[in-house]
Design a protein around this ligand. Structure first.
Ligand code: GDP
Ligand code: MG
Length: 304
Protein backbone atom coordinates (compact mmCIF):
# COMPACT_ATOMS: atom_id res chain seq x y z
CA UNK A 1 0.00 0.00 0.00
CA UNK A 2 1.35 3.44 -0.89
CA UNK A 3 1.61 6.27 1.60
CA UNK A 4 -1.50 8.06 0.36
CA UNK A 5 -3.58 4.88 0.58
CA UNK A 6 -2.32 4.14 4.10
CA UNK A 7 -3.15 7.64 5.25
CA UNK A 8 -6.51 7.53 3.55
CA UNK A 9 -7.42 4.18 5.12
CA UNK A 10 -6.36 5.42 8.56
CA UNK A 11 -8.19 8.72 8.20
CA UNK A 12 -11.28 7.09 6.71
CA UNK A 13 -13.72 8.31 9.38
CA UNK A 14 -12.65 11.94 9.03
CA UNK A 15 -12.24 11.81 5.26
CA UNK A 16 -15.59 10.18 4.47
CA UNK A 17 -17.51 12.60 6.68
CA UNK A 18 -15.78 15.63 5.16
CA UNK A 19 -16.24 14.34 1.61
CA UNK A 20 -19.91 13.63 2.20
CA UNK A 21 -20.56 17.09 3.68
CA UNK A 22 -18.59 19.04 1.08
CA UNK A 23 -20.28 17.21 -1.81
CA UNK A 24 -23.71 17.77 -0.30
CA UNK A 25 -23.11 21.52 0.17
CA UNK A 26 -21.53 22.13 -3.23
CA UNK A 27 -24.10 20.06 -5.16
CA UNK A 28 -27.04 21.79 -3.54
CA UNK A 29 -25.65 25.34 -3.66
CA UNK A 30 -22.95 25.55 -6.36
CA UNK A 31 -22.86 29.36 -6.14
CA UNK A 32 -21.94 29.07 -2.47
CA UNK A 33 -24.22 31.67 -0.89
CA UNK A 34 -23.55 32.78 2.69
CA UNK A 35 -25.58 29.91 4.20
CA UNK A 36 -23.60 27.35 2.22
CA UNK A 37 -20.33 28.88 3.37
CA UNK A 38 -21.57 28.67 6.95
CA UNK A 39 -22.34 25.01 6.47
CA UNK A 40 -18.89 24.47 5.03
CA UNK A 41 -17.43 26.26 8.04
CA UNK A 42 -19.38 23.97 10.39
CA UNK A 43 -18.16 20.87 8.55
CA UNK A 44 -14.51 21.95 8.79
CA UNK A 45 -14.84 22.91 12.46
CA UNK A 46 -16.47 19.60 13.30
CA UNK A 47 -13.45 17.82 11.82
CA UNK A 48 -11.39 19.77 14.43
CA UNK A 49 -9.35 21.69 11.87
CA UNK A 50 -9.50 24.64 14.27
CA UNK A 51 -10.89 28.13 13.84
CA UNK A 52 -7.87 29.69 12.13
CA UNK A 53 -7.40 26.93 9.58
CA UNK A 54 -11.13 26.91 8.85
CA UNK A 55 -11.16 30.69 8.31
CA UNK A 56 -8.18 30.40 5.98
CA UNK A 57 -9.87 27.71 3.88
CA UNK A 58 -13.14 29.66 3.65
CA UNK A 59 -11.29 32.77 2.54
CA UNK A 60 -9.47 30.82 -0.16
CA UNK A 61 -12.74 29.27 -1.34
CA UNK A 62 -14.34 32.73 -1.56
CA UNK A 63 -11.43 34.11 -3.55
CA UNK A 64 -11.43 31.14 -5.85
CA UNK A 65 -15.16 31.56 -6.50
CA UNK A 66 -14.70 35.30 -7.20
CA UNK A 67 -11.96 34.70 -9.72
CA UNK A 68 -13.21 31.52 -11.35
CA UNK A 69 -16.93 31.23 -10.72
CA UNK A 70 -18.66 27.91 -10.06
CA UNK A 71 -17.23 26.12 -13.05
CA UNK A 72 -13.61 26.47 -11.97
CA UNK A 73 -14.16 26.15 -8.22
CA UNK A 74 -12.94 22.96 -6.59
CA UNK A 75 -13.46 23.10 -2.82
CA UNK A 76 -11.53 19.85 -2.26
CA UNK A 77 -8.48 21.12 -4.13
CA UNK A 78 -8.57 24.50 -2.38
CA UNK A 79 -8.86 22.95 1.08
CA UNK A 80 -6.09 20.45 0.36
CA UNK A 81 -3.78 23.20 -0.87
CA UNK A 82 -4.40 25.42 2.16
CA UNK A 83 -3.88 22.59 4.66
CA UNK A 84 -0.70 21.49 2.97
CA UNK A 85 0.60 25.07 2.98
CA UNK A 86 -0.22 25.38 6.67
CA UNK A 87 1.56 22.14 7.59
CA UNK A 88 4.66 22.99 5.58
CA UNK A 89 5.64 20.50 2.96
CA UNK A 90 8.80 19.11 4.57
CA UNK A 91 8.77 15.88 6.54
CA UNK A 92 10.39 16.23 9.93
CA UNK A 93 12.41 13.08 10.46
CA UNK A 94 13.30 11.41 13.75
CA UNK A 95 16.60 12.87 14.96
CA UNK A 96 19.79 10.91 14.78
CA UNK A 97 22.50 11.68 17.35
CA UNK A 98 25.89 12.37 15.70
CA UNK A 99 27.47 9.51 17.63
CA UNK A 100 26.33 6.91 20.12
CA UNK A 101 22.75 5.80 20.60
CA UNK A 102 19.89 8.22 19.94
CA UNK A 103 17.68 8.28 23.03
CA UNK A 104 14.00 9.04 22.51
CA UNK A 105 11.71 9.60 25.49
CA UNK A 106 8.03 8.87 24.88
CA UNK A 107 5.79 10.89 27.22
CA UNK A 108 2.12 11.75 27.71
CA UNK A 109 -0.97 11.25 29.84
CA UNK A 110 -2.43 7.81 30.59
CA UNK A 111 -3.82 5.73 27.78
CA UNK A 112 -2.74 7.90 24.86
CA UNK A 113 -0.71 5.04 23.35
CA UNK A 114 2.82 5.57 24.68
CA UNK A 115 3.74 1.91 25.20
CA UNK A 116 2.27 0.79 21.89
CA UNK A 117 3.96 3.69 20.12
CA UNK A 118 7.38 2.97 21.68
CA UNK A 119 7.05 -0.60 20.39
CA UNK A 120 5.93 0.56 16.95
CA UNK A 121 8.87 2.97 16.76
CA UNK A 122 11.24 0.11 17.58
CA UNK A 123 9.65 -1.91 14.79
CA UNK A 124 10.10 0.97 12.33
CA UNK A 125 13.78 1.37 13.20
CA UNK A 126 14.33 -2.36 12.83
CA UNK A 127 12.67 -2.33 9.45
CA UNK A 128 15.23 0.30 8.40
CA UNK A 129 18.00 -2.15 9.29
CA UNK A 130 19.10 -0.28 12.40
CA UNK A 131 19.45 -1.64 15.93
CA UNK A 132 17.16 -0.72 18.79
CA UNK A 133 16.51 -1.23 22.48
CA UNK A 134 13.41 -0.50 24.58
CA UNK A 135 13.34 0.78 28.17
CA UNK A 136 10.38 0.04 30.47
CA UNK A 137 10.40 3.20 32.58
CA UNK A 138 6.72 3.00 33.47
CA UNK A 139 7.45 1.30 36.78
CA UNK A 140 4.14 2.41 38.34
CA UNK A 141 2.15 -0.43 36.88
CA UNK A 142 3.35 -4.04 36.76
CA UNK A 143 1.12 -4.52 33.71
CA UNK A 144 2.99 -1.78 31.83
CA UNK A 145 6.31 -3.60 32.19
CA UNK A 146 4.69 -6.86 31.04
CA UNK A 147 3.05 -5.09 28.12
CA UNK A 148 6.37 -3.75 26.85
CA UNK A 149 8.12 -7.11 27.37
CA UNK A 150 5.36 -8.75 25.40
CA UNK A 151 5.93 -6.34 22.53
CA UNK A 152 9.67 -7.00 22.81
CA UNK A 153 9.10 -10.74 22.37
CA UNK A 154 6.76 -10.20 19.46
CA UNK A 155 9.16 -7.85 17.65
CA UNK A 156 12.37 -9.54 18.84
CA UNK A 157 13.62 -6.35 20.48
CA UNK A 158 15.37 -6.47 23.86
CA UNK A 159 13.69 -4.64 26.72
CA UNK A 160 15.58 -3.19 29.70
CA UNK A 161 13.24 -3.35 32.69
CA UNK A 162 13.42 -3.07 36.44
CA UNK A 163 11.13 -4.38 39.15
CA UNK A 164 7.63 -3.04 39.57
CA UNK A 165 7.86 0.06 41.78
CA UNK A 166 11.57 0.61 41.02
CA UNK A 167 12.91 4.11 40.44
CA UNK A 168 12.21 4.97 36.79
CA UNK A 169 15.41 7.04 36.62
CA UNK A 170 17.57 4.06 37.59
CA UNK A 171 15.94 1.91 34.91
CA UNK A 172 16.54 4.76 32.45
CA UNK A 173 20.17 4.98 33.48
CA UNK A 174 20.71 1.23 33.01
CA UNK A 175 18.95 1.28 29.65
CA UNK A 176 21.17 4.08 28.32
CA UNK A 177 24.26 2.23 29.58
CA UNK A 178 23.05 -0.96 27.85
CA UNK A 179 22.39 0.91 24.59
CA UNK A 180 25.92 2.37 24.74
CA UNK A 181 27.52 -0.99 25.49
CA UNK A 182 25.69 -2.64 22.61
CA UNK A 183 26.18 0.31 20.29
CA UNK A 184 22.45 0.38 19.57
CA UNK A 185 21.33 2.99 17.07
CA UNK A 186 18.19 3.90 19.04
CA UNK A 187 16.77 3.57 22.54
CA UNK A 188 13.05 4.23 23.02
CA UNK A 189 12.05 4.97 26.58
CA UNK A 190 8.47 4.16 27.59
CA UNK A 191 7.41 6.36 30.52
CA UNK A 192 4.54 6.32 32.98
CA UNK A 193 1.37 8.16 32.08
CA UNK A 194 1.01 11.33 34.06
CA UNK A 195 -1.41 14.16 34.21
CA UNK A 196 0.17 17.37 33.05
CA UNK A 197 -1.30 19.06 36.12
CA UNK A 198 0.55 16.88 38.66
CA UNK A 199 3.70 18.74 39.61
CA UNK A 200 5.48 15.91 41.47
CA UNK A 201 5.03 13.50 38.55
CA UNK A 202 6.43 16.07 36.18
CA UNK A 203 9.46 16.46 38.46
CA UNK A 204 9.96 12.73 38.31
CA UNK A 205 10.02 12.90 34.54
CA UNK A 206 12.58 15.72 34.71
CA UNK A 207 14.70 13.53 36.97
CA UNK A 208 14.54 10.61 34.53
CA UNK A 209 15.72 12.89 31.73
CA UNK A 210 18.45 14.42 33.88
CA UNK A 211 19.83 11.03 34.88
CA UNK A 212 19.87 9.80 31.28
CA UNK A 213 21.62 13.03 30.27
CA UNK A 214 24.34 12.41 32.84
CA UNK A 215 25.01 8.96 31.46
CA UNK A 216 25.03 10.18 27.85
CA UNK A 217 25.46 13.85 26.95
CA UNK A 218 22.49 15.12 24.97
CA UNK A 219 20.11 12.34 26.06
CA UNK A 220 17.20 12.28 25.63
CA UNK A 221 17.81 13.62 22.13
CA UNK A 222 14.11 13.63 21.42
CA UNK A 223 11.14 14.00 23.74
CA UNK A 224 8.00 13.04 21.88
CA UNK A 225 4.58 13.75 23.34
CA UNK A 226 1.94 11.18 22.47
CA UNK A 227 -1.53 12.66 22.13
CA UNK A 228 -4.75 10.80 21.48
CA UNK A 229 -6.70 12.22 18.51
CA UNK A 230 -10.00 11.16 20.05
CA UNK A 231 -9.53 13.60 22.94
CA UNK A 232 -9.72 16.50 20.49
CA UNK A 233 -8.60 19.94 21.52
CA UNK A 234 -7.95 18.90 25.13
CA UNK A 235 -4.67 17.59 23.76
CA UNK A 236 -3.59 21.20 23.25
CA UNK A 237 -3.54 21.84 27.00
CA UNK A 238 -1.65 18.64 27.66
CA UNK A 239 0.95 19.66 25.12
CA UNK A 240 1.38 23.17 26.51
CA UNK A 241 1.87 21.91 30.08
CA UNK A 242 4.26 19.10 29.15
CA UNK A 243 6.27 21.50 27.06
CA UNK A 244 6.79 23.73 30.07
CA UNK A 245 8.13 20.88 32.20
CA UNK A 246 10.16 18.94 29.62
CA UNK A 247 10.84 20.76 26.35
CA UNK A 248 9.25 18.67 23.61
CA UNK A 249 10.89 18.03 20.25
CA UNK A 250 7.77 16.76 18.53
CA UNK A 251 4.33 15.20 18.69
CA UNK A 252 2.87 11.83 17.88
CA UNK A 253 -0.87 11.79 17.27
CA UNK A 254 -2.41 8.34 17.82
CA UNK A 255 -5.80 6.73 17.17
CA UNK A 256 -6.59 8.78 14.09
CA UNK A 257 -8.37 5.69 12.80
CA UNK A 258 -10.88 6.00 15.64
CA UNK A 259 -12.14 9.53 15.08
CA UNK A 260 -13.89 11.78 12.57
CA UNK A 261 -11.93 14.69 14.05
CA UNK A 262 -8.58 14.00 12.40
CA UNK A 263 -8.24 17.67 11.47
CA UNK A 264 -6.87 18.18 14.97
CA UNK A 265 -3.43 17.25 13.63
CA UNK A 266 -3.47 20.50 11.67
CA UNK A 267 -4.80 22.52 14.60
CA UNK A 268 -2.22 21.25 17.12
CA UNK A 269 0.73 21.76 14.83
CA UNK A 270 -0.45 25.31 14.05
CA UNK A 271 -1.16 26.24 17.64
CA UNK A 272 1.90 24.70 19.24
CA UNK A 273 4.52 25.24 16.60
CA UNK A 274 5.78 21.71 17.26
CA UNK A 275 6.19 19.25 14.41
CA UNK A 276 3.98 16.18 14.23
CA UNK A 277 6.58 13.46 13.60
CA UNK A 278 4.41 10.34 13.48
CA UNK A 279 0.75 9.43 13.35
CA UNK A 280 -0.95 6.30 14.66
CA UNK A 281 -3.48 4.83 12.25
CA UNK A 282 -4.27 1.53 13.97
CA UNK A 283 -3.09 -1.06 16.50
CA UNK A 284 -0.66 -3.06 14.38
CA UNK A 285 3.12 -2.44 14.34
CA UNK A 286 2.96 -1.08 10.78
CA UNK A 287 0.22 1.38 11.66
CA UNK A 288 2.61 4.03 12.93
CA UNK A 289 3.60 6.22 9.99
CA UNK A 290 6.12 9.04 9.67
CA UNK A 291 4.00 12.11 9.20
CA UNK A 292 3.89 13.35 5.63
CA UNK A 293 2.09 16.70 5.25
CA UNK A 294 1.33 16.27 1.56
CA UNK A 295 -0.09 12.75 1.85
CA UNK A 296 -2.04 13.85 4.93
CA UNK A 297 -3.65 16.84 3.19
CA UNK A 298 -4.46 14.71 0.14
CA UNK A 299 -6.01 11.96 2.23
CA UNK A 300 -8.02 14.36 4.40
CA UNK A 301 -9.66 15.93 1.37
CA UNK A 302 -9.90 12.91 -0.90
CA UNK A 303 -13.17 13.03 -2.84
CA UNK A 304 -14.10 9.41 -2.22
N1 GDP B 1 -6.98 2.24 17.07
C1 GDP B 1 -5.81 2.61 17.60
N2 GDP B 1 -5.50 2.21 18.84
C2 GDP B 1 -4.31 2.59 19.34
C3 GDP B 1 -3.40 3.39 18.61
N3 GDP B 1 -2.32 3.61 19.41
C4 GDP B 1 -2.54 2.97 20.57
N4 GDP B 1 -3.75 2.35 20.55
C5 GDP B 1 -4.42 1.57 21.61
O1 GDP B 1 -4.62 2.40 22.75
C6 GDP B 1 -4.60 1.62 23.93
C7 GDP B 1 -3.68 2.25 24.96
O2 GDP B 1 -2.36 2.14 24.50
P1 GDP B 1 -1.07 2.09 25.45
O3 GDP B 1 0.11 2.05 24.56
O4 GDP B 1 -1.20 1.04 26.47
O5 GDP B 1 -1.21 3.54 26.14
P2 GDP B 1 -0.29 4.19 27.29
O6 GDP B 1 -1.08 4.11 28.56
O7 GDP B 1 -0.11 5.62 26.86
O8 GDP B 1 0.99 3.45 27.34
C8 GDP B 1 -4.17 0.23 23.50
O9 GDP B 1 -5.30 -0.59 23.42
C9 GDP B 1 -3.56 0.44 22.13
O10 GDP B 1 -3.66 -0.69 21.30
C10 GDP B 1 -3.77 3.80 17.28
O11 GDP B 1 -3.06 4.54 16.57
N5 GDP B 1 -4.98 3.38 16.84
MG1 MG C 1 1.93 2.52 28.89
Amino acid sequence: MGLFDKFKAGLQKTQSKLAHEIKRIVTRSPRLPAEALEELEAALISADLGIDMTAQILEAVRKSYESQGTSGLDVFAVAEREVEASLGSARVELLRAPNGPTVVSVVGVNGTGKTTTAAKLAHLIQSRGQTVLLAACDTFRAAAIEQLKHWGQRLKVDVVAGAYGADAASVGHDAVAAAQARKSDYLFVDTAGRLHTKHNLMQELQKLHRVMGKQLTGAPHEVLLVIDATTGMNALNQAREFNKAVPLSGLIVTKLDGTSKGGMVVAVQRELGLPVKFIGLGEQPDDLQPFDPKAFAQALFARQ
